[in-house]
Design a protein around this ligand. Structure first.
Ligand code: NAD
Length: 468
């Protein structure tokens, strides 16, 4: 069964540590056995990336772009196998897994097409000062379990494009799609340019401390991001930290609920709510609260909850039992504290981590489901009396990834700057695109991904002073 291997120095490598069971969240049975790396194997992967670096970084941009477009071709050719692995280990419905693979291809191609300008700070008779971009060296990437293939691509493609070589470690909960990606790319990239190893937090920690890793890109929870930042001090690694969020959406007074309810539901429950920038708290004027909760619940109860491979299934399981337990506890607590459950509210009575989309009305500050990131299929709806109060409450959490305003575009546009977050969407939420930078503020991390700014984070600025 253990047909998936790590990729070190362009070759299949089995783990030196005992393999780990990867469960299918739709039936709680073993789906795969994944190899587990030892620290010695991490060191080999880093060594191999370091050896490959001089050649890779000295290729022309055109040549590297050719390689990157070949990566997109290979993902496209293997789209169905990759999507099927994602459904089996991550749980999302097939159509969403196919979207994830399609997104990975689109992101790869777009990233290869971004022009990298040379900045000219001065160009006078006697002097020219230019800002040029250099690669950094070996980039480490550590990914989470919610969008495993897409996030791996978000990390590795900009790093490779800028001339760095990579060591990638996926989440131990969903490693197989990424291991498969590494294996598929063995024939595409020169040996050592992309190494994929699997392991848990111990290997993540060893990567954060590693003296030969020059930059680390991390997507995951805020506490892990804090650990990484401390460990990265050993060699002052460059960091991009995309951490947790607890995004608020504010429905402005008198908004047309028929026009926005589908969008609110879709962006709150995308990937069963297991999306960093999903809508996680919804503020609505008290006069529209009951009507909006009911409209959202009407959409929720129409969802077909089941195994991602099932015909017509629109809503898969939660990815793992710890996440499911967290959601159950938060909803039960809110219920005891006087919230109203408009839909869902209990685990399905069958094998698999199934929890239907849950709309909680009469939620309020102080409830854990409002204060903390649920990262699951639940949306608390909170009443407000004034827009100022809604904005204050939206900003009251420690994290600041995204936020949204729904209703009149002009009013929303004026209010946008009052939200403390990295992205604001108006009449939308959770929309990330390869050409628009995305990143958080406060405890949601720092640095951005995507677009030119995201690409440049994978480079060092060198200022060249030319005295003519
Ligand atoms: P997690 O922090 O538990 O794990 C993420 C990765 O970190 C895994 O690969 C894990 O093995 C590794 N890890 C664990 N301990 C480590 C350590 N001490 N040092 C280094 N690496 C370590 O997060 P998760 O549960 O996989 O993902 C869910 C979280 O990710 C949520 O909070 C979500 O909001 C966040 N997330 C953020 C974004 C974003 O772009 N901001 C995107 C997706 C997910």
């Amino acid at each position: 069964m253990n047909q998936f291997a790590m990729t070190i120095d362009g070759k299949d490598v089995q783990g030196e540590m005992p393999s780990s069971m990867v469960l299918n969240p739709a039936n709680e049975q073993q789906a795969f056995l994944a190899p587990m790396a030892s620290v010695a194997q991490l060191n080999k992967a880093v060594e191999s990336a370091k050896t490959a670096y001089p050649n890779w970084s000295s290729l022309t941009q055109t040549k590297r772009d050719e390689y990157i477009n070949k990566i997109a071709d290979v993902i496209e050719l293997n789209a169905s196998v990759l999507a099927s692995i994602i459904v089996e280990e991550q749980g999302k419905p097939t159509q969403l897994a196919q979207m994830e693979v399609g997104g990975a291809v689109a992101w790869t191609r777009h990233t290869a097409s971004i022009e990298i300008p040379v900045e000219v700070y001065e160009d006078s008779e006697n002097k020219r000062i230019e800002g040029r971009r250099k690669s950094i060296g070996v980039v480490g990437s550590i990914t989470p379990w919610n969008w495993p293939l897409m996030i791996a691509i978000w990390h590795i493609i900009p790093a490779l494009r800028m001339g760095n070589t990579v060591v990638l470690k996926p989440s131990e909960l969903t490693p197989v799609n990424t291991l498969k990606l590494g294996q598929l790319l063995q024939d595409v990239l020169p040996a050592g340019v992309l190494n994929v190893i699997s392991g848990g937090g111990d290997i993540g920690r060893a990567m954060s401390e590693h003296q030969q890793i020059n930059k680390l890109v991390f997507t995951g929870s805020t506490p892990t991001g804090q650990n990484i930042m401390q460990a990265a001090a050993t060699n002052l690694k460059r960091l991009t930290l995309e951490l947790g969020g607890n995004d608020a959406g504010i429905v402005l007074p008198n908004a047309d609920l028929d026009a926005i309810t589908e969008g609110l539901f879709a962006t709150a429950f995308i990937n069963m709510g297991q999306t960093c920038a999903a809508l996680k708290r919804l503020y609505v004027h008290e006069s529209q609260h009951d009507e909006l909760c009911q409209k959202l619940a009407d959409i929720a109860t129409k969802q077909v909850v089941g195994d991602g491979f099932g015909d017509g299934v629109t809503f898969g399981p939660v990815q793992n039992s710890a996440q499911l337990e967290k959601v159950i506890a938060m909803v039960d607590e809110a219920n005891q504290q006087g919230a109203v459950i408009y839909s869902g509210g209990a685990r399905l009575d069958k094998a698999g981590y199934f929890y239907p989309p849950t709309i909680i009305g009469n939620a309020r500050s102080g409830m854990r489901v409002v204060e903390e990131e649920q990262f699951g299929p639940v949306l608390p709806v909170i009443k407000y009396k004034s827009v100022e109060q809604a904005i204050t409450e939206a900003n009251s959490v420690e994290v600041g990834l995204g936020g949204s305003l729904w209703g009149d575009v002009e009013q929303a546009s004026e209010l946008a700057s009052q939200l403390e977050c990295g992205s604001v969407w108006i009449n939308g939420h959770a929309e990330v695109l390869p050409h628009a930078p995305f990143g958080g503020c406060k405890m949601s991390g720092f640095g951005v991904e995507f677009g030119l700014e995201g690409l440049l984070e994978n480079s060092l600025l060198q200022v060249v002073n030319i005295n003519k």
